[in-house]
Structures are given as structure tokens and as C-alpha cells.
Design a protein. Structure first.
Length: 184
């Protein structure tokens, strides 16, 4: 083999190696961008039951339905006499309010239950229209109650999958017109 033929073969192999290296670098860059893109997206979670469907990621923002379901459960824990408080649903202040309210009701032999009718969101709090049921033995009475409820977000847990906590409930007292007097 001549020296010029050997040198031409080395140059041709170097060109093939340069093309292969350039292809590898371009492939690595494209794969890096794809990896970054897909790693920043939320995971796909599939819920398995009779019908497989895509489930929302648990770290996403709460939906209106989740707020309604949470308020239904949390307010029942707060006001119902027989309802046990699940850890993470009520703030410490609301737990104390429940204990104080339930002890006052127990002294009078009363049981209390709440039924939610309507939930409206306004400026960082919820207005809840509900019926409060009192019972003494077999005698029951229902009274309308309007509540201003404040809820805060927190981490979702196994006991509280909503990622919400009931921090404050205030009863909205109805405003009496004319001071309750008759002007005749």
C-alpha cells in the first residue's frame, strides 16, 4: 500500500468519525431538551377501576367541587354532635370551639346536626347557608344559620386528601329592620 493511499484512507475515516460525532452531539442536545421538557410537566396518573381514566395530579390547585366536598365534611365535623373530628380538617381554634359548644349543648341534653344548603365564594371566604337541627330526645327543631367560613390551603395528606383546613367559622346574624318595633 502506498503512503498516499494510506493517508487518503485515514482522512476518509476521520471524516466519517467527524460526521458520527456531529450526529451524536446533535442527538444528545435534542434528547437533553426533551428530557428537560418532560421532567417539568406534571405526571400522568391513571385511576384504575371498571373504567380507566386519567386522574388529576394531587398537587394541583383545588377545584370548586373539592371545596364543596371539604366544606361539607369539615362543617359536619365542626357542628354535628356525633361526628368525630378527623385530624387535619379543623384548626386548633375550631376544635376548641366545638368542644366548648358541645359541652354547653350536653348540659342541656341537646344534640346538634347541620345540613348544608348553599355555598358561595366571596373575597377569600365562603358564605354558607345551612339548617341547624337541634334534638332533645324525640323533639326536633330546625333553624336557619348563615356562616362565614375561612379556609386555608395546606399539604394534602392521606387523612386530608383535599389539602384544606377550616380555620374560622363565624355565624352571620340577621340584621333586624326597624329595631323589631312596629311603627303604627
Amino acid at each position: 500500500m502506498k503512503f498516499s493511499d494510506a493517508w487518503a484512507e485515514v482522512i476518509r475515516q476521520n471524516q466519517h468519525l467527524k460526521i458520527a460525532l456531529l450526529g451524536s452531539v446533535i442527538t444528545s442536545i435534542v434528547l437533553s431538551f426533551c428530557t428537560i421538557h418532560f421532567s417539568t410537566k406534571g405526571p400522568l396518573i391513571f385511576e384504575r377501576s371498571c373504567y380507566t381514566k386519567q386522574s388529576n395530579a394531587s398537587n394541583s390547585k383545588q377545584t370548586a367541587l373539592e371545596y364543596e366536598m371539604f366544606l361539607d365534611k369539615a362543617l359536619k365535623q365542626r357542628f354535628n354532635t356525633n361526628e368525630k373530628v378527623i385530624e387535619g380538617f379543623l384548626s386548633v381554634e375550631e376544635k376548641k370551639n366545638k368542644v366548648k359548644e358541645q359541652s354547653a349543648l350536653a348540659q342541656n341534653g341537646l344534640s346538634q346536626f347541620i345540613l348544608l344548603r348553599k355555598i358561595e365564594f366571596k373575597d377569600g371566604y365562603f358564605n354558607v347557608d345551612a339548617d341547624r337541627l337541634y334534638s332533645v330526645n324525640n323533639v326536633r327543631s330546625a333553624l336557619s344559620i348563615k356562616l362565614k367560613v375561612t379556609v386555608e390551603s395546606k399539604d394534602r395528606t392521606e387523612t386530608n386528601p383535599y389539602g384544606l383546613i377550616l380555620t374560622k367559622t363565624e355565624e352571620i346574624k340577621p340584621v333586624e329592620k326597624d329595631g323589631g318595633k312596629n311603627e303604627n
